[in-house]
Design a protein around this ligand. Structure first.
Ligand SMILES: Cc1cc2nc3c(=O)[nH]c(=O)nc-3n(C[C@H](O)[C@H](O)[C@H](O)COP(=O)(O)OP(=O)(O)OC[C@H]3O[C@@H](n4cnc5c(N)ncnc54)[C@H](O)[C@@H]3O)c2cc1C
Length: 525
């Protein structure tokens, strides 16, 4: 097997990975970035609404922290939240210095509001294309940075490990049958979440939980995976993906109604359409059940054609493809899997629980989101914790890779036992791990998916990209099932019909290392 070497290895080219790469390069370090598809292909480029940061004089880090903690439903790590809100504005200023252009009026950056935020603190770009703008600016800068080498079309399969540490990754470069092992002093996972496993998802196909599975298989702790956020407004067009209609629409005053024209959210929550996402998603499904319709309707017509065209140009363009317009039509929407709150457990500097391994962005679990993510906090997390992880990678003393000989031979990999086919897997996820969960449904999911977590050793050279991808999808789903079945309460994004209320006895986070699911030590708030 071919061997490459790197001092700093980054897997993934979304906002978290590229922020870390640029931070390292600017500090004089050489970096290798591996990414599954083209450089710009990432969930990050799909982000619409914006990025939350304390920008207005009337706002404060204390208020931003309070809103984040309220959304997190008692499970946020308060130290991580404090870093997020205090370092956020500076991280945004760095993005601006790196070339990102946010919407402005004269010298003033424009701010909007989204559900759960008590202040106007969401910066946005091109109206509704914030992620695309951040990704554009980062990719352009990375391409001109001589210290960063990018390999596109590289599927990372598994981490390389020695008895004491993580030592890189192995995988395939597209078009090459022979795998490559990349021996690295420090490896950062920035590979995004797992929401693309679900049939109804707002995510691009690349987010299948690979990094979470790789870290777990290498013995690192993963945490909070029962919390998958469903977004209430995925566009429902038969045969099309659930494109996201940003929450900023409701922030600007759009309403949710049934086909009969009845506005229903005030019956469910005092904040009506701006209630937390999990509450809106559940209300929609209950209304869909009551009316028998496969969607509810988003009504933004009263906001006016001129405003909608200026503020949401990307959405108007998308909807025009289906002969729809926000200004003219009621838009069919339903919940869709959107964001992975849990992931690879890290400390406040992106260190995973195995030496040599780091994680940042959606793949990581820093504890900032608790049981439910506050809108627009995730891009901010990518910037703040991508930067912190890069600094730790640079500063940490690492043990030398002591098993050069072991690594010189082809690495050992694993396959889980066959469970469902991919088609069955999406069905299983929809039925048992969606917005509404039940004890028997979760037990079924755990039982059916458990074989996917049995690690059957295989020489890496026996595997193919297709087999590794199928393995990772099933193992990622199995991890979610394991966490969700264990949590016998409803909290944040995790709702169980058999335990429909939060239980104070469950105010703790769960972590899984190998086969041991445990209560995590540390403060929650
Ligand atoms: C439609 C939509 C709208 C959103 N809107 C907002 C918003 O307005 N504000 C906000 O804060 N958040 C928003 N989010 C969430 C936010 O976009 C993501 O949480 C964030 O961009 C994640 O960035 P990341 O860098 O961690 O990962 P990603 O951007 O997902 O990047 C992951 C990278 O890893 C690569 N990768 C994955 N697996 C492998 C592998 N095995 N080998 C090699 N490479 C691999 C992928 O190709 C990709 O390059 C939105 C999400 C969606 C889907």
């Amino acid at each position: 097997m071919k061997t490459w070497r790197a001092r700093h290895l980054i897997i993934g080219s979304g906002v978290a990975g590229l922020t870390a790469a640029l931070t390292l390069a600017e500090a004089g370090e050489e970096v290798l970035v591996l990414t599954k598809d083209r450089l710009h292909v990432a969930t990050s480029a799909y982000a619409q609404g914006g990025i939350a940061a304390v920008w207005d004089e009337a706002d404060s880090p204390t208020d931003h922290a309070r809103d984040t903690l309220v959304a997190g439903a008692g499970l946020c790590d308060p130290r991580a939240v404090d870093l997020l809100v205090r370092e956020g504005p500076d991280a945004v200023r760095t993005m601006i210095a790196w070339g990102a252009c946010f919407d402005r009026e004269g010298d003033r950056l424009l701010l909007t509001r989204e559900g759960g935020h008590r202040h106007w603190r969401i910066l946005h770009a091109h109206g509704d294309a914030t992620g695309r703008e951040l990704e554009r600016a980062l990719c352009e800068r990375v391409r001109t940075e001589a210290r960063i080498r990018v390999i596109e079309g590289f599927l990372a399969a598994d981490l390389l490990t020695t008895p004491t540490r993580v030592a890189g990754v192995w995988g395939w470069q597209s078009g090459e049958a022979e795998p490559v092992q990349v021996v690295a002093e420090r490896t950062l996972l920035a590979s995004g979440g797992l929401a693309a496993l679900f049939r109804d998802t707002t995510n691009p196909a690349v987010t299948t939980g690979d990094g979470i599975v790789m870290a777990w298989a290498a013995g690192a702790t993963v945490a909070d995976l029962e919390f998958v956020q469903f977004h209430p407004t995925g566009l429902v067009i038969p045969g099309e993906p659930r494109y996201l209609l940003t929450e900023a629409l409701r922030g600007e005053g759009a309403l949710l109604v049934t086909r009969a024209g009845e506005r229903f959210m005030p019956r469910y929550h005092p904040l009506a359409e701006l209630a937390p996402r999990d509450i809106v998603a559940r209300a929609e499904l209950l209304e869909m059940q009551r009316t028998g319709d496969p969607f509810v309707l988003l009504d933004a017509r009263h906001l006016g054609a001129e405003f909608l065209r200026r503020r949401f140009p990307g959405l108007e363009e998308l909807l025009a493809r289906f002969s729809l317009s926000l200004a003219r039509d009621l838009i069919p929407v339903a919940p869709a899997a959107h964001y992975t709150i849990g992931g690879v457990l890290t400390d406040l500097d992106g260190r995973a629980t195995r030496p040599g391994l780091y994680a940042a962005g959606e793949v990581a679990c820093t504890g900032v989101h608790g049981a439910n993510r506050l809108a627009s906090n995730s891009l901010l997390e990518c910037l703040v914790f991508g930067r912190r992880a890069a600094r730790a990678m640079r500063e940490d003393a690492v043990e030398p890779i002591d098993s050069e000989l072991e690594l010189a031979s082809p690495p050992l990999s694993w396959e889980g036992e066959a469970v469902a086919t991919d088609l069955d897997l999406t069905e299983l996820l929809a039925r048992h791990l969606g917005v509404f969960r039940t004890g028997p449904g979760l037990a079924t999911a755990v039982a059916q998916l458990a074989p996917a977590l049995r690690q059957i050793p295989r020489p890496a050279t026996d595997l193919t990209p297709a087999r590794v991808t199928a393995r990772s999808r099933r193992a990622a789903a199995a991890l979610v099932a394991r966490f969700a079945e264990a949590r016998r309460e409803s909290r944040g994004a995790h709702f169980r019909e058999d335990f429909p209320a939060p239980d104070p006895a469950w105010q703790f986070r769960q972590g899984l290392t190998g086969d041991a699911l445990e209560r995590l030590p540390g403060d929650v708030a």
